[in-house]
Design a protein around this ligand. Structure first.
Ligand code: MSP
Length: 658
């Protein structure tokens, strides 16, 4: 079969010929190799190293799965006159450099706008649209067979934090989420609820919608797989795969569980004795017996895409953290998950699904249906989807790695679309050391938890406690201790002691630039150092998706600020009447309050509401809330104006009572 799907659609500033050079050849130093050859011709001189480089580059290039496609174009390229080619490349390089500089300038002056997202309409771009750099982030879409729990919330707030961080950098960000509403499990849940299918789906979808609202998940698009727009996209996608000859009629056989209405793998089965003492195979999960069954369906030629998947995975950042990149690479290398895949089911087995185009005896495989939501959200196949395609970061839990790391890129490559740049895979939440499950009765509802710890508190806890590479544990005691000690006692206390009337009756926020050299104590020197490096450290942690480290860095700086305040005792300084004490007091307040300002900015992606409250209180103007503003004020040339505390109450986060 022709490899019709191996052609990614690189949109482009360059003609196809140059695309071949820039995309295929970039990593292989082809441009340098070609440049060197041209120089060699021009100077009529033989340079062995250039020759060797070129040969090496071409050898490596041949290993590239796109080599065949681009080989012709590259050979044509080599016929271009050397001077002509060199000047073209140089012109392109100049153009790219100028663009980059212009973009950097633009970002400096156009910080992200953070108007509150409104929910329930069509497209809402509440992130910066000043930048030309588009950034697409997604959450998985949630099954509506049950309402939200903290695991779902974690996927959603992690994606939201990634989106907000990138909007602070000046990117124009799209964040999509929604609900996955087809399949037998959903149908069964609807039957139990005794509601008509569509009412049931709407009811549960609304709960996920509400979860986004309560926990500030600022999506720009909320997709439901039962929406008409999704059905259109899905139909088009199916037809594209079929036209490209990736779909063929086949059969599927395996162990089928009639009561559960599902094929089960051998690892989901065990042998048990039935009432007659006979050994039968049953589902481990439900205990229901299974039987060997065979059915007709459509299959997807997954098995021919192994090299394409390997190529996609070549870049380690494709799947993060590295642990999951390794797991996925091993699966793909050994090929056990790469058999051709059934992508439809007889409609009488899965009736709550989308019929296959031109064959209503079959319904589309629920995972193909669900994955395509990421295209629906951008309006595919309308041309405008390309503005944000491919996704920059797709957040997923480890349980859905195979679907997003094997099937999803394979479907896209087959359809001629570029696969995602990066999957951010997180681990799971356990509760008091146990897997969450209905039968154990330990499923934590985010709404109930927010009643106890506030929405900000819960969001903060989830993002500060979890590490992406291993499971995290939720316990009431831990949430209680974390939010009280960090949000109330550390950050909250620093804010109130520096803005409260006892120390700061004028409620002024002096400019640290004016007083920075006054404090010579060890604690002040340490704080200055922490503040000067905090934004660099935090940025590095954000880039690596280590949000827990972001919070650690902020909290240790806040700790240093509290120590500095305790050392200089502003409540004593306040009672003195001499100039020196006055200046020392101003220096302490300005430095400590700048620490709270920077903390507010850096924590914004993690706790947007709380940060906004803090930045309002500190009278930080809207246009000074981008990442560029995380540099301490004593290092910037901003004007030396005095700001005033902009709130009656100086309580940032009320201690939670047990
Ligand atoms: N509908 C599919 C996803 C389709 S995306 C094209 C699905 N839905 S889900 O509701 O079961 O899960 C949604 C997200 O919640 C997934 O990222 C999943 O990993 C996450 N979590 C579900 N339970 C979890 C925990 N206990 N802990 C953390 N996240 C977990 O899968």
């Amino acid at each position: 079969m022709a490899h019709c799907g191996t052609q990614f659609q690189y949109g482009g500033i360059l003609s196809k010929m140059k695309v071949a050079l820039f995309h295929v050849g970039r990593k292989l130093n082809l441009i340098n190799g070609v440049k060197n050859i041209i120089l060699v011709q021009r100077l009529k001189r033989s340079i062995m190293t250039s020759q060797t480089n070129m040969e090496k580059a071409l050898d490596e290039l041949k290993l590239n799965p796109y080599f065949e496609k681009y080989a012709k174009k590259i050979s044509k390229l080599q016929e271009t006159s050397p001077e002509e080619f060199l000047s073209k490349i140089e012109a392109k390089e100049r153009e790219a450099k100028a663009k980059k500089e212009a973009l950097a300038q633009e970002r400096k002056f156009q910080p992200a706008s953070r108007a509150k997202p409104t929910l329930g309409g069509s497209i809402r771009r509440y992130y910066s649209n000043g930048s030309t750099s588009n950034f697409y982030v997604t959450t998985p879409i949630f099954y509506v067979n049950a309402g939200p729990h903290i695991g779902h919330l974690y996927s959603a707030v992690l994606a939201d934090a990634v989106a907000r961080y990138n909007s602070m950098l000046g990117h124009s960000v799209r964040l999509t989420t929604g609900t996955d509403e087809h399949g037998n499990k959903v149908q069964q849940a609807a039957q139990v609820s005794k509601l008509p299918m569509s009412d049931y789906c709407s009811k549960i979808s609304l709960q996920f919608h509400k979860m986004c609202e309560v926990f500030d998940v600022g999506y720009t698009e909320y997709i439901r797989t039962t929406q008409e727009r999704h059905l259109k996209t899905l139909n088009h996608f199916w037809i594209t795969l079929r036209k490209k000859d990736y779909i063929y009629p086949g059969t599927y056989s395996g162990w089928y569980c009639v009561p559960d209405e599902a094929f089960l793998s051998t690892s989901q089965l065990e042998d048990r004795k039935n009432a007659n003492g006979e050994t039968v195979k049953v589902s481990i999960e439900s205990g229901h017996p299974v039987e060997w069954a065979e059915e007709d369906n459509y299959k997807f030629r997954l098995s021919v895409l192994q090299n394409d998947l390997k190529h996609w995975l070549k870049d380690e950042n494709t799947v993060r953290p590295a642990k999951f990149h390794k797991i996925l690479s091993e699966w793909i290398e050994e090929g056990s998950c790469l058999e051709d895949l059934s992508i439809s089911r007889p409609i009488d087995r899965v009736s709550w699904g989308v019929p296959v185009p031109d064959d209503n005896t079959q319904s589309i495989y629920v995972w193909l249906d669900a994955l395509v939501n990421y295209l629906t959200a951008l309006g595919y196949p309308e041309e405008s989807y390309k503005e944000f395609w491919p996704p920059n970061i797709q957040v997923i839990g480890k349980d859905i790695l195979k679907f997003h790391g094997v099937y999803w890129p394979a479907f896209l490559i087959a359809a001629g679309l570029e696969p995602p740049r990066s999957l951010l895979c997180h681990s799971h939440w356990t509760v008091d050391g146990q897997k969450m499950s209905k039968s154990k009765g330990n499923v934590v509802s985010p709404f109930d938890a927010a009643e106890s710890y506030t929405a900000d508190g819960l969001r903060y806890f989830l993002l500060r406690e979890a590490v992406p590479y291993s499971d995290a544990n939720y316990s009431k005691e831990k949430v209680f201790n974390t939010v009280n000690s960090e949000l109330a006692d550390s950050l909250g206390n620093l804010v109130s002691r520096c803005t409260g009337k006892a120390v700061n009756p004028g409620r002024e926020i002096p400019h640290p630039g004016k007083y920075v050299d006054i404090l010579k104590s060890e604690s002040a020197t340490k704080l200055k150092y922490c503040l000067e490096t905090l934004h660099l450290e935090a940025r590095d942690h954000y880039e690596k998706n280590n949000l827990h480290h972001v919070v650690d860095s902020v909290m240790s700086t806040v700790h240093a600020a509290n120590q500095m305040v305790e050392f200089h005792k502003p409540w004593h300084l306040r009672k003195q009447t001499d100039d020196q004490s006055y200046n020392e007091l101003q220096a302490v307040l300005s430095l400590a309050l700048d620490c709270t300002r920077i903390s507010g900015l850096i924590l914004y992606p993690i706790v947007p509401k709380l940060s906004n409250n803090l930045l309002e209180l500190l009278d930080v103007p809207e246009n000074e809330r981008s990442w560029a503003n995380t540099v301490p004020r004593h290092l910037t040339k901003s004007e030396n104006s005095v700001r005033k505390v902009n709130a009656e109450s100086t309580i940032l986060f009320k201690r939670i009572r047990n």
